[in-house]
Design a protein around this ligand. Sequence first.
Ligand code: GUN
Ligand code: ZN
Length: 440
Amino acid sequence: MSFTTSPQPSAIRGNFLDITHTVSQASDIKNHIRYIEDGLLIISEGKITWFGSWEDGQAHLSKNIQVQHYPDQLIVPGFIDTHIHYPQTEMVGAYGEQLLSWLNTYTFPTELKFKDKAYADKIAAFFVQELLKNGTTTALVFGTVHPQSIDALFEAAEKVDMRLIAGKVMMDRHAPEDLCDTAEQAYQDSKTLIEKWHGKGRALYAITPRFAPTSTPEQLTKAGQLKQEFPDVYVHTHLSENKDEIAWVKLLFPERKNYLDVYDHYGLTGSRSVFAHCVHLEEDEWQCMHKTDSAIAFCPTSNLFLGSGLFSLKQAWNKQVKVGLGTDIGAGTSFSQLQTLNEAYKVQQLQGDKLSAFESLYHATLGGAKSLHLDDKLGNFNIGKEADCVVINLNATALQALRQSQAKDIEDRLFALFTMGDDRNIHTTYVYGQVAYQQK
Ligand code: GUN
Ligand code: ZN
């Protein structure tokens, strides 16, 4: 067992904010907000064993327990990133292209470097640190086609007991030869990785066909076979991001009703399936997302950066489809869920809709956990959940301090944080009850 968690219980005292229940309507979130000024969280072996007010909690503190006190900060559940590419960390901000030419010009040449395990190790270590520095404690992550890219990532995450879901890319056409596997090789490599990593410590595996255009029908058949053989692994791919991409899928799979029908046909939809983007879904596709309990990763900084389009959160609530937030590094432009929420708000504004601070918190925490089928383990401070949390400094800059001094309540404070915040606001990140990052 690789877990390094000390069996010694520990405790955190401070101002806690979380959401107690998953919801099916945005308007219901405010009824489940839990704000405890001067609260106490007791942790044992990585899990929450008690949570409530400091006043009530003292009786539950065993002798010699170490209590870490954050009187001036706000403590929220760890942020959950439901779509990110770790190999693209070094290529954030690649100029001038939309999706398909961006892939050919920048992405594929970068991903070729991950054939080298030592290079993958170096970027994986940087990536895990960058997540923690931004308060992200769980992510659903793309590797490259190389199985060693996934070994590198899980090895880096294991060092800090971090809950990550990841998979090697399956891709057997329309990409450089050195970045392509075959249907059979992708099946074998993915199966080996599942057997090695899925359920080891906090690691979970995702079957990861890049997107329909880069997999042959034979490879998608193999992906579906894997899902049947290992029903509790995840499926992670892209869907309906860009109009040229959608037209290309129609050309490549003329026998299918629509883009999502390609994945559905090969058995790749379901309650552990996450589809990044979904900017241009047709009505039939919304129905299929709902019926199969599949989830969407909403990636606002990426959708704006690549000029892909505007995703509607209102639509997703209306259609009763689960949504998490994704940074989509490196098409996305920030590792910060705070910056991602800043852009998410503006994307809704451009469509005449509002995104409240409490709804934003939901998407970044409990809603993200629900999208990843992990809301029994993550997303709030309920007893029994895994102790991942972020200690936030609301006043990281002079301008933030001035704005916060005028805030009228906790909702307004949170909204200002989501509009102006970034990694400068992350004071300390706890993973599985241990300090995994502390701002210097
Ligand atoms: N579609 C297929 N591959 C990718 C990728 O790497 N990034 C994004 N944003 N979309 C994709
Ligand atoms: Zn992506």
